[in-house]
Ligand binder design. Sequence first.
Ligand SMILES: C[S@@+](CC[C@H](N)C(=O)[O-])C[C@H]1O[C@@H](n2cnc3c(N)ncnc32)[C@H](O)[C@@H]1O
Length: 292
Amino acid sequence: MKPVKLETNIIHRGDCREILPTLPDECIDLIVTSPPYADRRKDTYGGIPPDEYVAWFLPISQELKRVLKPQGSFILNIKERVVEGERGTYVMELVLAMRKQGWLWTEEYCWHKKNSYPGKWPNRFRDAWEHCYHFTKQKQFKMFQESVMVPMGDWAEKRLKKLTKNDLVRDESRAQSGFGKRVANWIGREKVYPTNVLHLATEVTNKNHSAVFPVELPSWFIKLFTQEGDIVLDPFIGSGTTARATQNLGRKYVGIEAKTEYVTLANEELVSQRKLLEKAHDPYRAKERTQK
Ligand SMILES: C[S@@+](CC[C@H](N)C(=O)[O-])C[C@H]1O[C@@H](n2cnc3c(N)ncnc32)[C@H](O)[C@@H]1O
């Protein structure tokens, strides 16, 4: 029998294939994770060969589907490597297999690693982006688009100064995408909706884990798909980045990590962040600060 109560703000140490089945049904609002990518090298964590990846991941995604609330979202950050001069296909195969499992492939966001330095191989250039697949259980899911709006940008002043006749009416997309626009709608606004490309620098300061994502990545999805008090799960939490993003935004986290050293690292970082947050919210200190 599944437990009825979920413990939150905890990082479980162990294999997510064993820990996920101990979580109650439909208790999670958002899953954000970056699992080990397929690799032939056994010395990397995971080390799941590309041709076994889908079979390895499907029982995990089945459990993720069970624990996710009906209106919840699942963000999967992943990237296929190049093996012997050819891109792997396991990520595409995984998306198709997850659709068969009952997931909806609702959207794909692109994480552009804006600090990537240039580089080339004989047949390609440097990888500077990764997939962030957005899966849901149904077409209606929780989404708070206003929470990720961005400043209008420099284009507005020049573009909105002199409006043409077409700018005053809704101009339907010529490509029939259904995304029409009425440029005049942007007059007087300070913020606009972002695109589905996230321009974020990679994490360069965390030397204790080799594959961290920047805290801004989970933070962006947490703001977009959850509200304060909601519960965010990362079944491959590594150094705890998703938990720190969650704690900082006033949500609750559930993390799972197989390696003890990373669980220790994550918990240490969470404690120091909690102390900083408590200091920032301490009314006595706040008064002291305003008096300075
Ligand atoms: C790509 S890293 C995640 C990094 C994380 N996003 C961060 O910012 O630190 C994947 C993590 O999954 C862990 N891992 C691999 N297999 C696992 C499993 N079966 N259950 C739980 N954790 C696992 C690895 O030890 C590794 O820390």
